[in-house]
Design a protein around this ligand. Sequence first.
Ligand SMILES: [Zn+2]
Length: 315
Amino acid sequence: MMKAIMYHYVRPDSPEYPFFRHLHIDEFVKQLEYFGNEFGFLSQDEFARSLAIMEPQKGLILTFDDGLKDHFQYVLPELERRGLWGIFYITTSPYVTGKLIDVHSIHMLLGKFGGSVIAEVLQKLVADEYLSHSHIEEFRTLTYSRQKNSNDTVYVKRLLNYFIDYKFRQGIIDQLMLQFFPNETTLVEEFYMTRAELAGMSRKGMVLGSHTMNHPVLSKLSVSEQEEEIVSSYDLLEAIAGKQTLKTFCYPYGGFHTFTKATEEVLDRNDFAFSFNVESKDIEREELRSRRQALPRYDCNLFPYGSIRESSVEA
Ligand SMILES: [Zn+2]
């Protein structure tokens, strides 16, 4: 019945980023057509009314995460052409620090240089003392399997996301960025929507929501740290783009392990109308009535034309 869809990267292939994993813009267009025929889209008024009367309606709404330039450059024109709207969830720290969010740095490093180049450098950078002790054996096994199978992208992601002790992680990513993308400020401007573009989106009837400042797994933070991530990012967003018609939030990474009951209470207390989780199901009456800070949302790749791919396939 009522469905929300989640998108991340939506762009054409680029020779500069041969290994980048994204939904091709042409596939996005085909998927919009499919969704229009199959389910239809809810207008912003219809969606707001569903929230008000706590009854789902038949139709679909579109959401886009991480404040990516893709959404201004490629998605917005397609939405405008069809008279559609979307909710865009923005992480705000890049507007303050001029730096990429960690997870995006990893995507850019792998997307431009590929897993094997990054894995080589990373293997030299990471000394044993950087590894969290519980994972050392796993790390050795992974290193061994990398040499055998050269599944380098998996190696890089697991090393950075799981095996390196959290206190060294930022330093290692900073070193990689310095080596491979020495001009990070320019990269930030190309990668995320600018402040002016955010304001432009809002003027054109798109809704901007908070996606925290730093894109952490909120459940790992104290409640007051969570509140700071949520409230400060929303305040900055409205300072940049003006007051929004719907006050909304979406959890970084998503899934029920990424937030807690206390997070939902923070959102209620700060008057967020609703928040999105990632869960492959329709939005039902039950959630609209009693679980508004964890509305379910499908990944676009669960529907036709939504598959993510690389520009050129890494062997
Ligand atoms: Zn995100």
